[in-house]
Design a protein around this ligand. Structure first.
Ligand SMILES: C[S@@+](CC[C@H](N)C(=O)[O-])C[C@H]1O[C@@H](n2cnc3c(N)ncnc32)[C@H](O)[C@@H]1O
Length: 287
């Protein structure tokens, strides 16, 4: 069987059993079974596969059909162009979360000789947001925190693999704590992707067999439980002129903007994603 035929076989099986992105999933899984990149696989579609590779690939497709996410099967998920290690210790990085990184980068003041900006990523999980920011801005001093010990372990592994130890802003601190309790003032920027799925929908997602941690999803009865305490704590930790940027569910824009303004933030603005859906809210602590 050629690689092209194997991709067609896997795509067909996944289309029937796990619709979503069956071709993408099949090509990622075959590339993983062949131990090559997806780009390299696409250049080698006419090649014949040996039996060992085909066996490994079919076993991976079977795991996907049983409900395991592709990122957990391969142990890797690309985010902001970086290969993040991904496993059930933390939520898989999502492409829409890149809007949070983009928003924070657009709000950070440019690097200035002799001035070190201090940033904190709360609810860090795999570390994708804070590590992506730290990779773009080697000058910033970054700290990441999460309430989950296993998530922080994964976060530390990703930081060690993806950031150089001698960055000018220092190697990021990994801190365990509730919301922003582990953060230290004064901060110039706070980013956060808190759990924002309602408890009822979280139960449904977990009931359907999702292996992602419940604590990474459940944002209380209306999904908004974390934003109030987060905004209040952030306001007291930030320097005047500093900002808070948070990811939100696509129906939470006006409610979260109101929460930030009630905590004292000015001009809370809603940023939309590529599908035109509300995705990020950001507010500034005016001097
Ligand atoms: C939606 S995930 C976000 C992970 C990562 N920032 C991302 O964007 O993929 C939320 C994270 O919040 C953490 N978490 C849940 N409750 C928390 C709390 N009370 N305080 C701090 N972190 C908490 C979870 O462990 C999880 O890693």
């Amino acid at each position: 069987m050629t690689a092209r035929e194997a991709v067609a076989e896997g795509t067909g099986a996944l289309e029937a059993g796990r619709p979503g992105s069956p071709f993408l999933d099949a090509t990622i899984l075959l590339a993983h079974a062949m131990d090559i990149s997806r780009d390299a696989l696409l250049a080698r579609l006419p090649d014949a596969l040996d039996d060992a590779v085909l066996g490994r690939y079919r076993a991976l497709v079977a795991r996907r059909l049983a409900g395991e996410p592709v990122a957990y099967i391969t142990g890797c998920r690309e985010f902001w162009g970086l290969p993040f290690r991904s496993d059930p210790r933390a939520l898989m990085p999502r492409p829409e979360t890149e809007h949070l990184v983009e928003t924070a980068l657009s709000m950070l003041p440019p690097p200035r000789q002799g001035k070190r900006l201090r940033c904190h990523d709360a609810f860090a999980g795999s570390g994708c947001v804070g590590i992506a920011l730290a990779s773009e801005r080697p000058d910033i001093e970054m700290a990441l925190s999460d309430a989950s010990g296993p998530a922080l372990e994964l976060c530390a592994e990703n930081a060690a693999a993806l950031l150089t130890p001698d960055r000018p802003g220092g190697f990021p601190a990994m801190l365990r704590g509730d919301i922003l309790s582990a953060a230290s003032a004064p901060l110039d920027a706070i980013v956060a992707n808190p759990p924002y799925v309602s408890s009822a929908l979280t139960r449904e997602i977990l009931g359907a067999g999702s292996p992602e941690p419940a604590d990474a999803l459940d944002g209380g009865p209306d999904g908004l439980a974390f934003y109030g305490p987060l905004a209040a704590q952030a306001f007291s930790l930030l320097n005047p002129g500093g900002f808070l940027a948070v990811e939100i569910g696509d129906e939470q824009g006006p409610a979260v903007a109101a929460i930030l303004e009630a905590a004292g933030f000015s001009d809370a603005r809603i940023v939309r994603d590529l599908a035109g859906l509300d995705r990020v809210v950001a507010g500034v602590k005016r001097a």
